[in-house]
Design a protein around this ligand. Structure first.
Ligand code: SF4
Ligand code: SF4
Length: 505
């Protein structure tokens, strides 16, 4: 019996010089010498044809709503009181606040934004479990802006056929003029996109005036420039390349989906074998089978990413449903039932081939789990937002020295107390503490009232820091005694507490 000897890659490489070069090339991720195969497929310019139908109408509606919100939201006013900004959605970086209608998020509450991001991820997972890449096809900013740029392109350069023909011929003055007009309009949209972005960071009407009179902060112009460039490049030039090569979501989505998720599917059980209408009629007349696909390629022509859905699931398919509209139009034209391409599953195709009825299974372990997480996380966030305190108290103990013994034998500790007033009115607070019976509390620079209580006023929507000295006149305290500072609103009685320690010498 012949013995089989296994060589390691290094042993094999040292045995043959050619293999050594191949191994070296593989190790650095390069092509072996002499291999002229390109690393990337050359880009094929896509001229998506316009299409009409249900999914196209849904996409127009989503485009109008999402872009309308994005461009107009900074101008929506929301009165919060005389001491607060009146912009409904505002990221106020100098004051470190985020305003969203009636919600105001302070820097120490940034966990709400973290919670919102987690919630958004789970909603994305749920959408994916129900109907595949709904986000990619309808809601993703790259899809929405690319769709808008395609619409401008068709308006200026004509639909697919006219545009392709003009590009294929020698360019004339008209070609150049149309291209210039298209790029000008693209740049205008991109510029307005960047302009709208910065309006979320300052009072929008004021900033618009400042931008127009060149009195806005320099950083605003920089960000408008960056956003103009990225929008123009991503939506005007890179288009489907972003979805196919740059975006991580299709890869993640592919790992998260299951066989029950509805996806835009070519029903090959019905479509194949594809053939012309006449040939199909002939075969059917003879009692032979013929598919419903007439190979008109309308589904491919309207696809914004150039995918042929009939070849099966693909990373390039953003599930926009436009091929459904194109195929339905063709089926209607030739008098066949629509739905040759539809939201469906491969399971259903197999079931139909076995003579069973298809089904949609929306309630599954993963959809229930995602919905439950959304409900619980959303509920917790709403509850904590609705019941959160309108005042806050925190204490930082002096680090050096931790404690001081005074000439009269008493022991003193110093603290920095931070008081947060989240209401839009000035408030008076009384600060007290307990934990050390024979002790006194003093504010540095804040004299006590006649009744001995320490009153601190804090301005609307602000934080105030005060130095506090706690002096213990009792017996020498143990090395560490827990104490609690308590803040009380004089007018309403609302309270906040902060725990700390009193250290002996
Ligand atoms: S194959 Fe159909 S659903 Fe997929 S991207 Fe193209 S048109 Fe949209
Ligand atoms: S549009 Fe419909 S009939 Fe035409 S090629 Fe595509 S799947 Fe076939």
């Amino acid at each position: 019996m012949q013995a089989v000897r296994t060589l390691s890659l290094d042993q094999a490489a040292s045995a043959t010089p050619d293999l050594a070069r191949l191994v070296a090339a593989a190790e650095v991720g390069a092509k072996p010498p002499g291999d002229n195969t390109p690393l990337y497929a050359p880009r094929r310019k896509i001229y998506p044809q316009s299409v009409h139908g249900t999914f196209r109408r849904i996409k127009w509606a989503v485009l109008l709503v999402t872009l309308g919100i994005y461009y107009l939201l900074p101008f929506v006013r929301w009165y919060r009181g005389p001491n607060a900004p009146a912009q409904a959605v505002l990221i106020d970086l100098p004051s470190r606040r985020f305003y969203f209608f009636f919600i105001e998020i302070w820097p120490q509450e940034v966990y709400y934004l973290t919670g919102l991001l987690i919630l958004a991820s789970i909603v994305l997972f749920l959408m994916n479990a129900v109907a595949g890449r709904v986000w990619c096809g309808y809601l993703c900013p790259q899809t929405v802006w690319t769709d808008l740029f395609f619409a401008i392109e068709r308006l200026v350069e004509g639909d697919c056929r006219e545009h392709m023909q003009r590009d294929g011929k020698k360019w004339t003055a008209e070609t150049y003029a149309r291209k210039a007009a298209k790029h000008f309009l693209w740049l205008m949209v991109a510029w307005w996109t960047g302009g709208a972005w910065v309006l979320y960071f300052a009072d929008a009407p004021t900033l618009v005036k400042d931008l127009a009179t060149f009195q806005a902060p320099f950083v605003a112009y920089v960000f408008i420039g960056i956003l103009t460039f990225t929008t123009y490049t991503l939506a005007g030039h890179l288009r489907e390349q972003v979805c196919v090569y740059m975006c991580p979501w299709p890869r993640i989505q592919a790992a998260l989906t299951d066989e029950y998720a509805l996806n835009v599917t070519y029903r090959y059980d019905r479509g194949e074998p594809r053939m012309a209408v006449g040939k199909a009629a002939e075969l059917r007349a003879q009692g032979k089978s013929a598919g419903d696909c007439v190979n008109c390629k309308q589904c491919v022509r309207v696809c914004p990413t150039g995918v042929d859905i009939r070849e099966g699931a693909s990373l390039g398919c953003i599930q926009c449903g436009l091929c459904i509209d194109a195929c339905d139009a063709m089926m209607t034209k030739i008098g066949r039932a629509t739905g040759l391409i539809a939201y469906d599953t491969d399971i259903n195709i197999k079931r139909r081939q076995e003579g069973k009825a298809g089904f949609v299974k929306l309630v599954r372990l993963r959809t229930v789990l995602y919905a439950a997480i959304i409900a619980i996380a959303g509920g917790i966030m709403i509850f904590t937002l609705a019941t959160r305190d309108s005042e806050g108290l925190s204490s930082i103990h002096d680090r050096n020295p931790m404690s001081v013994r005074l000439s009269n034998g008493a022991v003193r500790n110093g603290y920095t107390i931070r008081i947060v007033n989240k209401q839009l009115r000035r408030r008076d607070f009384i600060l007290a503490f307990n934990g050390l019976p024979a002790s006194l509390i003093d504010f540095v620079g804040v004299p006590p009232r006649a009744d001995g209580q320490l009153l601190i006023d804090v301005g609307p929507d602000t934080t105030r820091e005060v130095r506090v000295l706690v002096t213990d006149y009792g017996d020498t305290p143990p090395a560490s005694t827990p104490i609690v500072f308590r803040l009380t609103d004089v007018a309403t009685g609302e309270q906040a507490e902060a725990s700390d320690h009193f250290f002996g010498p």
